[in-house]
Design a protein around this ligand. Sequence first.
Ligand code: MN
Length: 481
Amino acid sequence: MATIPHHPFSELKPFLKDKKLSEIALIEKAYHFAKKAHEGQERKNGEPYFNHVFACAKNVAELNMDTHTICAAMLHDVLEDCPQVTEEIFKKEFGDDITFLVHGVTKLGKLKYQGVERHVESLRKFFVAMSKDIRVVIIKLADRLHNIQTLEFVKKEKQKRIALETLEIHARLADRLGIAKLKGELEDYAFPYAYPEDYKEVVKLTHARKREDELYVQKMFKKLKRKLAEEKINNSVSYRVKHLFSLWQKLKRYDMDINKIYDLTAVRIIVDSTDECYRALGVIHKNYRPIPGRIKDYIAVPKPNGYQSLHTTIFTGDGGTVEIQIRTQKMHDEAELGIASHLSYKEVGKENIHKTITKNTTWVQQLTRWQKDIGSHELMDLLKAEVFEKRVFVLTPKGEVIDLPQGATPIDFAYAIHSDVGRHISSAKVNGKIATLSTPLTSSDIVEIETKESAKPSRKWLEYVKTNDARRHIQNFLEGK
Ligand code: MN
């Protein structure tokens, strides 16, 4: 067999544009270290084993993660699979933080699936890992993504089980963390192995439509860019085809009728500011007739998961319709990268942000505590109720992330910070603007609470709160406790 070459370091570079030279040097060191350590090891298809860890690091880099996380991804199998590398050597080369991350990934275990008990067991491990450092989980999801991308080389009888586990655990966790990009990719690679018949049907259904859509899109592409430029709106226009697995979920709600799906292909316009989002919408409607009832302002009214964008579906003028999504880069990052976009926030103190996320993700803490004493079935029920219920991640002005249930208000936020802050709220600002205390918060809102010694809770507040913690404190206060 001809030797399959190692991936060159240059393949990673496009994803390291924001990194300092010293950070790139550290990643390159990890690259060479991993390459040497895995020398002679092969994957099932005869490829160098190194190519797997490289792909994992690349998946992590694409999520715009910090340098240590990228290094740990590159080195994630070194401690377990390369006996010549002792922990002592490793720590000396890469320091405590990267060593900690690699250990965390190792503890999550290798690819295997053995029925419901194992399934619950791997979830338990995930929670323990998450409660320590969320970056470990992100590496593991990136690792799984490459494993599922190369599932064809795994024994047939194992493929389906691994694919199902990926859909039930990994994709749902990615979704839960708001990382739409990872979720979509995990699902699409698992789909053909998990549900082969349905997969074939969806591919068949979309085949003709996709080609048609692409023709329409390509025709309007240039004109759209030109018209926006004429109005001096700095923009980048691209288009995306809907992920197949999520399309299948949607088709099931529409009697498998592909003609009822408007967003199979969507054009995406990224502009510099919220203001320009609305101006761009104006430019589009001036040039193309919109379909009534399909104009959606998710900027003024974000989706419950925090998603922001303007959507409109227009007639292309030659018989087609195309959905257009307009947003800023920040809205785009938040939509695609979720919690990972907070991890790479520069403006809010990067060093500690993963720790603050972990500290404040209460559902992770609760589950870690509870999972010690409860059985598998109860854990599954708990999961459905707590983990996969939608939550919002809200930021303090210092960039600390507070994890709250959907529908939570500035009052819940204040009590989550400290009961004294809750008790003395005088007013709240959301994203710099004064907001009422009943305003539902959405992910990535920056919330500021003003307190006054004389301010105190009122009975009305009980209608506004979503968390038990805030409710209990308010009740205690009202009862004079
Ligand atoms: Mn691996």
